[in-house]
Design a protein around this ligand. Sequence first.
Ligand SMILES: [Zn+2]
Length: 338
Amino acid sequence: MFSKTITNSSKFLMMPPSAQNLYFHLGMNADDDGFCEHFTIMRMTESKPDDLKILQAKGFIKIFDDKVLIITQWKENNYIRSDRYTPSKYLKIYKEELKQLSSGQEKADKEKTNKEKPKWLKSREKARKDGDLPFSFDYKIKKSFWGRRCIICGEVMGSNSINKPSIQHNIPFSKGGKHTIDNISVICESCNEKNKGRVLDKTNSDEVKRVWDEIKKKDDGIQSVTRMDTQVRLGKVRLGKVRVRERIEKKSNSPSLLPQKTKKFIIKVKKDLEGISISRNQIEEIKKFVAYWTEPNKSQTKIRWELEKTWDTKRRFASWMRNCEKFGNKNKYKIEML
Ligand SMILES: [Zn+2]
């Protein structure tokens, strides 16, 4: 009968109670298409002409003449099964008016959708997608320029709330500029605001490029988070396992702390097992023992030994040897170390 999205809306509830009351009575007496002869109902409910005017002004009804009105958004209020539906006799009489009403509604809907995503935002999103810079570029480059002087106004960027570093495209998107490293300068926010949509005459693209190369070099050793990586992690993109592994392997080729950690562990084992007489067979097992406990984790950041909460080399090695005797010499870890 009545939709809560309408009757609970602030637009509805802010009307005087008498107007709300009239709306409910009109709704109760309307035909299957929302037409209603309001004169009788006005009489019946002792409503004032003002209440009707308010309903019309707020767009809840459309008055055709002094006799008939239609309740707008009637379809939202009512869903009638087709076998129970009786077309209104007024449909034919007010054909033209209804057409105007629905085209007006369409126009409003169109405007609404256009409002949701303005043209400039769409073109910006597209240009960013077309560019070859990762998702994290904005954040990283801005962070690097924090505290430097803006090339345009000369103020220290980040010294107040309106001059934080920001990304400006030398040739703006609206003039065909692209989201590529050659087309990007970092200037303060207030200069950016002043130069919106204009071609920048003073740029620092070379410096941005140099800084970005430096960031990339540093990141290679750790992890460079691209939009793809994030989406893979979130499970949004299902890459083949092979490709994901390739990425991991690529990362692990870069220099890291792993060799140092392995070395540290070997020194520790040597020291802890000092003074114990070791047979030739046991030396082989120590090598396997070390290989096992220095095996890196998936993300290549830690070795297995580090993940243990407690550690006693002698005990660990003793139980290693016990297991050796139990399962025979089938340990698969081999290493050329020690
Ligand atoms: Zn500036």
